[in-house]
Design a protein around this ligand. Structure first.
Ligand SMILES: Nc1ncnc2c1ncn2[C@@H]1O[C@H](COP(=O)(O)OP(=O)(O)OP(=O)(O)O)[C@@H](O)[C@H]1O
Length: 479
């Protein structure tokens, strides 16, 4: 098993090497064989003793050079100049079957020089949550980190109580974050910023090299990727929950599934995360926060954009101002597709907003509403508290559909292919975690993984929203 590590070609101050902390009794609970195959990794080797030693962070194959990456970040708006992988170890990278370099990282593998007061570990529950939700997101076509494997450690970690420990092996287009740039900028490390920008351009946006101002073109590409990512989240009712700048990936992937959750009933102000007291990362705030995070990235790049500070600010502002355009175009395209419209025309935005208003008034289930519209709009009526208002909206929608003239069955098929039947609902995730933690029963995890990775197939058992007794009000971060 050969993993190179392209980060170690960057200056030493970007990362720290860290001693391994072998775990008591590693046990493989999940291995993503299709992903291993896509990465060109030998799944049988990964499932064997040497693979398990690597996946649990206990022992590395000869030649592996794992590192913890340094980064900073704004957490809930407060700048922390020194964060870094406090419980993660980047094993290295591979070139996948499509020729793309991908990182393999362990999360929960023990203390690193960046652990601060933390134990470097992860509990089984959050590892299962991240595994399920990231794989669901991939199946839904959302750019995301992936789950390669999950291993229990045979050790307990202390949180509110003693919990079983686990390690997640995660794959990412890279682990570069807005916070990685902030780490260098706050230290006035211009050479470092140059090296990091070159690395990021090379890895993610090579076309920026050809631009008159490569740094600006790189920034614009990140703005675009984040705008499209957040539009995708919004179209699925996904709430990230902890959109700090250290969780804003330069590649435009979703990263860190700590307190995330999908909406059940539609509520634009919805917050799940127990630590998001002010609602900063509420569902409807996500585009605005994405733009705020990108402004922080711009600040780090100013000296590379232009030697003249005023010109640099003006250029960065112009680029950032395109975020709203990118976002609105992407969101409109997503929503038109969800409503079976192939093109967008004047008035579509109002049609979409009209539906969301009704959904909010009725607390209609987000996923069920769009799925019902894809199958049998009459069945959607029951989701609305004022059926006559829904009928009026439906008449507008039907008139709009008639103007496009797509044949009904073809339109329904197209809508079913973009409106999932299955999302990883929070109450089901909690059941999976309970079974695993209380009874070491992983069958519910496997069954749910199979359901959420085929999200467009009808599965009434997983499609059902929570009953009032099953409802989960809060998710917890950083465990
Ligand atoms: N148990 C822990 N021990 C040491 N450091 C931790 C622990 N939990 C979180 N941290 C660190 O606190 C910071 C913020 O944590 P956060 O929960 O956003 O990240 P994470 O979930 O650990 O990792 P990632 O963002 O890579 O998914 C990170 O620097 C992280 O490494």
């Amino acid at each position: 098993m050969i993993l190179t590590n392209s980060y170690t070609r960057l200056p030493e101050r970007f990362f720290a090497r860290s001693a391994l902390t072998p775990v008591a009794a590693p046990h493989l609970i999940a291995l993503n064989r299709p992903l291993a195959e896509e990465l060109g990794l030998d799944a049988d080797w990964l499932a064997g003793p040497e693979g398990l030693a690597m996946l649990s962070g206990s022992e590395m194959p000869e030649g592996t050079d794992p590192v913890a990456l340094a980064y900073a970040g704004h957490q809930f708006g407060q700048f922390v100049p020194q964060l870094g992988d406090g419980r993660a170890l980047l094993l290295g990278d591979v070139i996948d079957r499509h020729g793309v370099r991908r990182d393999v990282q362990l999360k929960g593998s023990g203390p690193t020089p960046f652990s601060r007061r933390g134990d470097g570990r992860a509990a089984l529950g959050p590892v299962l949550r991240e595994y399920l939700v990231s794989e669901a997101m991939a199946a839904l076509g959302v750019p995301t980190t992936r789950a390669l494997a999950a291993v229990t450690t045979g050790e307990t970690v202390l949180r509110m109580t003693a919990l079983p420990g686990a390690v997640l092996a995660r794959v990412a287009a890279s682990h570069l974050r807005v916070g990685t740039f902030q780490f260098l900028a706050v230290r006035d490390d211009l050479d470092g910023l140059r090296a990091l920008t070159d690395y990021a351009i090379e890895r993610h946006y090579p076309e920026a090299r050809e631009a008159a101002n490569p740094t600006l073109a790189f920034y614009d590409a990140v703005v675009n990727a984040q705008a499209r990512l957040i539009a995708r989240w919004m179209s699925l009712g996904f709430i990230h929950g902890v959109m700090n700048t250290d969780n804003t990936s330069i590649s435009g992937e979703t990263i860190d599934y700590g307190p995330c959750a999908f909406l059940d009933e539609y509520d634009p102000g919805k917050v799940f995360s127990s630590i998001d007291q002010g609602g900063r990362y509420a569902y409807a705030n996500q585009p605005r926060i994405g733009m705020w995070n990108l402004a922080r990235l711009a600040e780090t790049l100013l000296p590379l954009i232009d030697e003249d500070a005023e010109r640099a600010v003006a250029a960065a502002q112009e680029s950032l101002s395109r975020f709203l355009n990118y976002y609105e175009n992407a969101h409109l395209a997503e929503m038109c597709a969800k409503l079976g419209l192939k093109t967008a025309e004047d008035g579509d935005k109002e049609l979409i907003e009209g539906l969301f208003d009704l959904m909010a008034k009725s607390a209609a289930d987000f996923t069920l509403t769009f799925r019902a519209l894809s199958e049998n709009p009459d069945s959607a009526r029951a989701l609305f508290s004022a059926p006559e208002d829904f009928e009026a909206w439906k008449a507008r929608w039907k008139a709009r559909l008639a103007r496009e003239g797509t044949e009904d069955e073809a339109r329904r098929a197209a809508m079913r292919a973009v409106n999932p039947a299955i999302i990883p609902r929070n109450h089901r995730i909690e059941e999976v975690i309970d079974a695993a933690v209380q009874r070491e029963d992983f069958a519910p995890f496997e069954a749910m993984l199979a359901a959420v990775t085929t999200p467009y197939e009808e599965r009434p058992d997983y499609a059902r929203p929570p009953s009032p007794q099953e409802r989960v009000w809060e998710t917890f971060c950083g465990t």
